[in-house]
Write a protein that binds this ligand. Structure first.
Ligand SMILES: [Zn+2]
Length: 398
């Protein structure tokens, strides 16, 4: 197996879901598996891809650098600029016939703005204290082709601050949608029993990020764990899944769940963000409380610092738990001041080889017990409180 630093150097490029660079990374991971004698398969799945052909934002006659917000409407709109600070009924009512600036924009807010008669929407990202004016490319997820749309653009936080006072704005946006393709990479280590543990880690990144921490770290952990468990007798089987397009809405894990029989999965172990220099190691038990206590017991036995939480976390583990597969998601959470993600600062510079090897060592020790178990010690149960969290996360009405 290559050294961690080598793999991080080999994959130090942006790889958004559905892009050619994402495919290049999938092929790279498959090649690392093949190099250790493990057959890797690549499963393609479809996802929408957007192309912006024309975009501009003008405020008070001044052109503001922007990107088109994917999956919003095309067209030219002009109107008064209104900064929506709150979402109470009074504030929302002021959006009619305005171009609305918002701090954050998800599908719900976008639909509310469309329904409330807004002409266009501006959102922003980046950091007012960073020296540059990066704009992270985003999309409004989940909108169907039939839904009404208004044009949306993304600007940098520094420009957003300057626009908060208002003025007259004009948005011009043309964009097209086409079907694209991403891939899940898979390696199987069968056991004596039919049941298996499914590991997952996403390998895609956001638009400006090399994704060393989020989440080549989890991908590397899976490569090392595959090598480790391949050489070990197994009662329960293990499947390793490197998921595509997680950052675009858990698309790889959702595609996997739609295409496979999940009835033989006893547990999903999800690895998303490990091995950074700074940060607290945390396990999310997205299953019953027994698993939370079990994690704490094993951590104590191993002398490994761990915080165990009962609940969900925004990552591929939610897709599995939503389908009734108990999940545990491991993360070493760095403070955003030390290792921020989804921007140009997520590089090998925030990573520690020694720390990542320590994290992998604990996950190996934890999994070794399960793989060798005579009877699987954890229950195949999603309790009601987790069910509620999942329903809220996937924006369903109960
Ligand atoms: Zn991630």
């Amino acid at each position: 197996m290559k050294k961690i630093t080598e793999i991080l150097a080999d994959t130090a490029y942006v790889r958004t879901g559905g892009s050619g660079e994402e495919l290049r990374c999938a092929e790279y991971i498959a090649a690392q598996c093949e190099a250790m004698g493990l057959a890797a398969s690549m499963e393609p799945f479809e996802l929408p891809m957007y192309t912006v052909t024309e975009v501009s934002l003008t405020v008070n006659g001044r052109s503001i650098p922007c990107k088109g917000l994917y999956n919003t409407g095309s067209g030219r709109v002009m109107g008064e600029l209104y900064y929506l600070t709150n979402t109470d009924a009074c504030s929302m009512a002021k959006c009619r016939n305005k171009i609305v600036l918002v701090d954050a924009l998800g599908p719900k807010r976008y639909r509310d703005l469309v329904a409330g008669g807004a002409l266009g929407v501006i959102t922003y990202n980046g950091d007012v204290n960073h020296p540059h004016r990066d704009i992270d490319q985003r999309e409004v997820r989940e909108l169907t082709a039939e839904e009404s749309r208004i044009p949306g653009v993304i600007i940098n936080a520094k420009d957003a601050v300057a626009l908060a006072e208002g003025g007259m704005a004009e948005i011009l946006l043309s964009q097209e949608t086409a079907a694209g393709c991403s891939h899940n990479v898979m390696v199987d280590l069968p056991g004596e029993a039919e049941e298996m543990i499914l590991f997952s880690a996403h390998y895609d990144s956001t638009s400006l990020s090399q994704g060393a921490y989020d989440n080549m770290s989890g991908c590397i952990a899976q490569l090392y764990l595959a090598e480790y468990f391949a050489a070990m007798p197994r009662h329960y089987g293990i499947r390793f899944l490197w998921c595509g397009a997680e950052e675009r809405g858990l698309l790889g894990s959702k595609a996997y769940c739609a295409a496979h029989d999940l009835s033989k999965l006893v547990l999903n172990i999800n690895l998303d963000m490990l091995g950074c220099i700074m940060g607290k190691f945390t396990a999310f038990a997205t299953c019953n409380e027994k698993a939370k206590h079990y994690l704490e017991c094993v951590a104590a036995e191993e002398g490994f610092g761990l915080e165990s939480k009962f609940g969900i976390r925004s990552s591929d583990s939610n897709s599995f738990a939503d389908q009734g597969v108990p999940a545990i998601s491991f993360v070493r959470y760095a403070p955003a001041t030390a290792a921020p993600i989804h921007n140009r600062y997520d590089t090998a510079a925030v990573m520690s080889e020694e720390r990542l090897l320590g994290d992998i060592g604990f996950i190996a020790a934890f999994t070794r017990r399960l793989v060798g178990a005579k009877q699987f010690p954890l229950d195949r149960e999603i309790p009601p409180s987790i069910r509620e969290e999942l329903d809220a996360y996937f924006r369903r009405r109960s």
